[in-house]
Design a protein around this ligand. Structure first.
Ligand SMILES: *Cc1c(COP(=O)(O)O)cnc(C)c1O
Length: 378
């Protein structure tokens, strides 16, 4: 089956009940009754497993070609649980250009708990080679990165990691399983903030961990059952609903992003575009090779902080908000929003300054988006 068909038909809800319901029911229950000692429906308590969540997990595992998937209350809950796989003294190499929340988790709670976190530019294989040691247990990357759109070579990094018996973890939020499948390229674990493209409507939060091997999946299940940040049944249902239109949304949002990237390049006050779908992007060829699309996220630089401020204050159709991946186009100011937790010195080094803006392109007509940006830039 093609990925767009899999989004809709990978798992049939009829597995759970006999009414013929096309939409998976929301099993809004905390617990499950047992007919007698030693017999169970397979469900005991919703922190451990719930049918609506299980259905969603099976679908997301299938879309990422993994052996197992766990659904969490948020993307950060998923990444927090993931880091419980590691022990004090373990060395973890991470992308230097990361979602701000991941940066904060790694450098506060994880460091405090004894993990040795080292950041480098993971789009440069030489830097990863230099960072890997016998203590390295994992490399954690985003590709493309947030917000600078650096692209890392998943297959090459996986091979390097495996030489050191380290796992490659890929946060695949930006491209979604519709455009990129890291496990097929050699990665071991995939992370998603389901809040973004999987949900797709800016109306709920969710997170996922998908594993290539069942044993790690079982370990993560134990961690999740113990620490408890599971996805609630209603939120699981919203994400199930979102996934049914993932393919059409990704395709249409990408079309709009490509058109806007082209157009923005020629606008007064816009000085630089960051979008892997542009032939001028340094990793255009790599991106074409490892992904089926360039996605609908783009960052751009304007001439002055005053222009950035004006744009944020004057867009009308486009909303000035953090987050991404929904049908509404959002304009983000990474410096004060998504990346406020990143220290100024590192932000400056990466280029996340007062002239950088990030656009999550939604589903509005391209002309309306252009008109809104043009009016705000004038
Ligand atoms: C939003 C985001 C997260 C965190 O997800 P939440 O659902 O907000 O907790 C992690 N990684 C990336 C790339 C994100 O965009």
């Amino acid at each position: 089956m093609e990925q767009e068909t899999r989004c809709i038909h990978l798992e049939q809800p009829t597995k759970y009940e006999l009414t013929g319901s096309i939409s998976m029911p929301i099993y809004q229950t905390a617990t499950f009754a047992h007919p007698e000692l030693g017999r169970s429906s397979g469900f005991d308590y919703s922190r451990l497993e719930n049918p609506t969540r299980e259905q969603l997990q099976n679908i997301v595992a299938g879309l990422e070609y993994g052996q197992s998937c766990r659904a969490f209350s948020t993307g950060m809950a998923a990444i927090s649980a993931l880091m419980e796989l590691f022990s004090p003294g373990d060395h973890i190499v991470v992308s230097d250009d990361l979602y701000g929340g991941s940066y904060r988790l790694f450098n506060t709670i994880n460091q405090k708990n004894g993990l040795n976190i080292e950041a480098c530019d993971t789009s440069d294989l030489e830097q990863i080679k230099a960072a890997l040691t016998d203590q390295t247990k994992a490399v954690f990357i985003e590709t493309p990165t947030n917000p600078m759109m650096h692209v890392s070579d998943i297959a090459a990094i996986a091979e390097l990691c495996h030489r050191y018996q380290a796992r490659l973890i890929v946060d695949n939020t930006f491209l979604s399983p519709y455009f990129q499948n890291p496990l097929l390229l050699g990665a071991d674990i995939v992370v998603h903030s389901g809040t973004k493209y999987l949900g797709g409507h800016n109306d709920t939060l969710a997170g996922f961990l998908i594993c290539k091997d069942a044993a790690t999946g079982e370990e993560l299940k134990q961690i999740q059952c113990t620490t408890g940040a599971c996805l609630a049944p209603f939120d699981a249902w919203l994400i199930l609903r979102g996934i049914k239109t993932l393919a059409v949304r990704m395709t249409a949002q990408q079309e709009r992003a490509e058109a806007l990237a082209d157009w923005l390049q020629g606008q007064p006050h816009v000085t630089k575009l960051y979008y892997p779908g542009l032939t001028s992007h340094p990793a255009y060829n790599l991106s074409k090779r490892q992904s089926r699309g360039s996605g609908a996220m783009l960052s751009f630089r304007v001439d002055t902080a005053e222009t950035a401020r004006q744009l944020l204050g004057r867009v009308r159709l486009i909303q000035f908000a953090e987050s991404l991946g929904g049908v509404e186009t959002l304009l983000t100011y990474p410096m004060t929003q998504t990346h406020a937790a990143v220290p100024e010195s590192l932000r400056e080094k990466l280029g996340i300054d007062d002239c950088l803006l990030r656009l999550s392109v939604g589903l509005e007509a391209v002309q309306d988006l252009k008109d809104d940006l043009a009016a705000a830039l004038k």
